[in-house]
Design a protein around this ligand. Structure first.
Ligand code: APR
Ligand code: PHB
Length: 395
């Protein structure tokens, strides 16, 4: 068995693990990232694509934003459509901040390339990753490398950035954490279409037959989502059926006609809210999807993952520079406060815009009234805009 050591062992090369490694590298703290999948898999996995200004600022801080600034589409507003009418929310005017469309896999590509160029270590294709001795001063990560050799890495700390299905959260004794779980009675069907966006802004649609969202990846690629049944069978959605449903839910007086294109990708996305508290067990710190997931409405998942590690990196930096573990002890409370705010917002955006079959007619009228309030009242729009654009990251 090969044996090695590092300061912070990071499990997972998603946005959280990669951003953490960069921030620590710039603070002079050594890391090794262990990733279960191949580099190619990580770089091509299609996920959300909407970045908060704060996330872009983090990419700038680590010097990874050059391509992002060249290619990202900058957005100053959104449309909310209901009752057959579109209402513009001027996010930039209300907050002086913007949103950026840039695919998560592009961020992952940029972060991996920069990390390897800077001499950082990412070990791909690790199997059997397991955490040991988390309640000692020398926690360790054990795994089998791509050649079949067993490796043990002793660390000062372990960062669990291995997503919702990783091994970090399950390595914590069940009585040491509390989890909060909420499933929604619907899913999203997402497509990537080779067709230009019909509008420069995103369009969120509340429709009696189900929510729809029009978004994009570039000037030639559209991304669209449809609310579908929770146990939907994708085989039942031919391209024709998908397009006809988008025409039905999206089109009307104020929306430009939909431009159909070849559908390059089709997936069903489950809708769930899940929170873990605290986000720490002894020497293991959870960040990103390993600790929490939010429904995709409002696209907070990746932004939340990046905010977590910004807080965590500052806590490690303080520890290594001054010996004070105060920020490490405060990590969970600080990160959870922002995470609950994002969890609440994602739940609220979902409740505001989706169609619930089990609701009373009264509830449906209240929902329409809330949509009316948010789109007509300055205070209502401001409340949405402040959270949509991203709450500040307190580090
Ligand atoms: N060992 C090593 N790596 C693992 C393991 C394991 N046992 N299990 C999972 N991983 C890897 C995954 O292959 C993935 O590359 O951990 C990484 C976790 O990355 P993400 O799932 O992208 O999670 P995170 O970095 O927290 O980013 C959150 O991802 O799911 C989206 O909407 C979410 O956009 C948000 C973002
Ligand atoms: C996306 O572009 O994938 C996206 C954008 C906004 C959302 C959700 C997803 O609210």
């Amino acid at each position: 068995m090969e044996s090695t050591r590092t300061a912070v062992g990071i499990v997972g090369a998603g946005p959280a693990g990669l951003m953490l490694a960069h921030l620590l590298r710039l603070a002079g703290i050594e890391t090794i990232i262990l990733e279960a999948r191949s580099r190619e898999y990580c770089e091509t996995r299609i996920r959300a694509g909407l970045m908060e200004q704060g996330s872009v600022d983090l990419m700038d801080e680590i010097g990874a934003a050059e391509r992002l600034h060249r290619e990202a589409l900058v957005h100053g507003g959104i449309y909310i459509r209901f009752d057959g009418r579109s209402h513009h929310i001027d996010i930039k005017g209300l907050t002086s901040r913007s949103m950026f469309i840039y695919g998560q896999q592009e961020i992952v590509k940029d972060l991996i390339a920069l990390q390897l160029a800077a001499g950082g270590e990412i070990r791909f294709d690790c199997s059997g990753v397991a955490l040991e001795a988390l309640d000692t001063d020398t926690p360790a990560i054990r795994y089998v490398d791509s050649a079949g050799n067993g490796v043990r890495i002793t660390c000062d700390f372990v960062a669990g950035c291995d997503g919702f299905h990783g091994i970090s959260r399950p390595s914590i004794p069940v009585n040491a954490i509390q989890t909060y779980d909420r499933e929604y009675p619907f899913a999203w069907l997402g497509i990537l279409s080779e067709s230009p966006p019909i509008d420069p802004e995103l369009i969120y649609v509340h429709h009696p037959d189900g929510f729809a969202l029009f978004t994009m990846r570039s000037n030639t690629m559209s991304r669209l989502y449809l609310q579908v049944e929770v146990d939907e069978d994708i085989a039942k959605w031919s391209d024709d059926r998908i397009w006809s449903e988008f025409h039905h839910r999206l089109e009307g007086d104020e929306t430009p006609p939909l431009i159909e294109g070849p559908i390059l990708q089709k997936t069903i996305l489950p809708m769930r809210s899940f929170m873990t508290a605290p986000m720490r067990f002894e020497r293991l710190f959870l960040a990103g999807d390993a600790a929490h997931i939010v429904p995709p409405t409002g696209a907070k998942g990746m932004n939340l993952a990046l905010a977590d590690v910004a807080v965590l990196a500052r806590a490690f930096e303080t520890f290594y520079k001054s010996g004070s573990d105060e920020k490490l002890r405060g990590y969970s409370d600080t990160a959870l406060r922002r995470s609950w705010a994002a969890a609440r917002f994602s739940w609220w955006m979902t409740s505001l815009t989706h169609t619930f079959n089990d609701r009373l007619p009264f509830d449906n009228e209240v929902q329409l009234s809330e949509l009316d309030y948010v789109t007509r009242s300055h205070a209502g729009a401001e409340m949405l805009a402040e959270q949509y654009v991203g709450l500040p990251i307190e580090r």
